[in-house]
Unconditional design. Sequence first.
Length: 386
Amino acid sequence: MINLTVFKNFVKSNNFGGILLFLCVILSLIVANSPLSNTLQNILDTTLGYENESIHLKYSVSLWINDGFMALFFLLVGLEIKREIVEGELSSPKKALLPILCAIGGAIVPAIIFLLFNNGTETVSGWAIPMATDIAFALAVISLLDKRIPISLKIFLAALAIVDDLIAILVIAFFYSSGIQLGYLGYAAVAMLVLIAMNRFKVKNPYLYLIPGIFIWYFVHHSGIHATIAGVMVAMTLPTNDTAVESPLERLEHALIKPVNFFIIPLFAFANTNITWQSEMVHGLTAPLGLGIFFGLFFGKPIGILLTSWVCTRLGIASLPEGSTWMHIIGVGMLAGIGFTMSIFISILSFKEPLFVSEAKISVLLTSIIAGTIGYLVLKANSNKK
């Protein structure tokens, strides 16, 4: 009989999600540059759902993936953010200060670099593309180093990436939403009040919170604010605690981890990296758009994180993660330059011109691979020799 224990342990590990994500990217690129390209695009353009005079829920497959399934991804991110605020690395000023400030520095510097390259061009609206870190990829890469780096460094990267995602969520809400419909926002606010009341009355079943959550998604989607923000709004109402007793928030988080990491994010990657190579893309990589993304992610992220860490330690308001060195911070900064999921998501929101979207995606993809590889090598070179 075949022993499947090793395979089962691998699937349960942190590395599997990142590797599956990478395989879906490769498969998508192969299909997009094969005779199956048109078939894939036709599937993504197929409309599904229901629509009448009152209800509008008929969208393309790609929109259901990007606005529907990704709302569950943002729900998981929101749950992680709240848990970290209540009981984790963001639960006290001392714990939270360095990753919060580094996330801010690591977001501002890349945006400034992008604007320096793209100011006055058609692609300036993509300024937020290099701001975001991909949690799944970054943590998958650092997990490959196992015990050769301090555990505090992994926690620092996780906390930084979570705050980074929160910044990206706020940027999407305030800068990449249009035509706000106050009526629908009012309906969403009423549904939120229902969720808050459920929290106050100590409703313990986490799945009951998803019922008003579906209505919030619908109302937010029609309000002009990007629908994925609904996931974070719902997450903030889930009850949690700082004890060893599993809370409703933690129950829902555990239920979502595998579907999100092993299905939703890989599906998003497959649907959104189906980039058919065009000769114009070579120029795009060296155009302001491609250069802004590359220099923003590859140089801006580590510079912003390193500079912020240096200022914080010099002022004495925070210290480096226990057992880590400045080379470790540089390595983590490079891993933060893996901007895949959120950066591609923002690319889709930034441009109406399909060529710009494709150029942004390929730039994000190539830069993320380079940043991840260099970050891994830097951390490995400065790892504990065990």
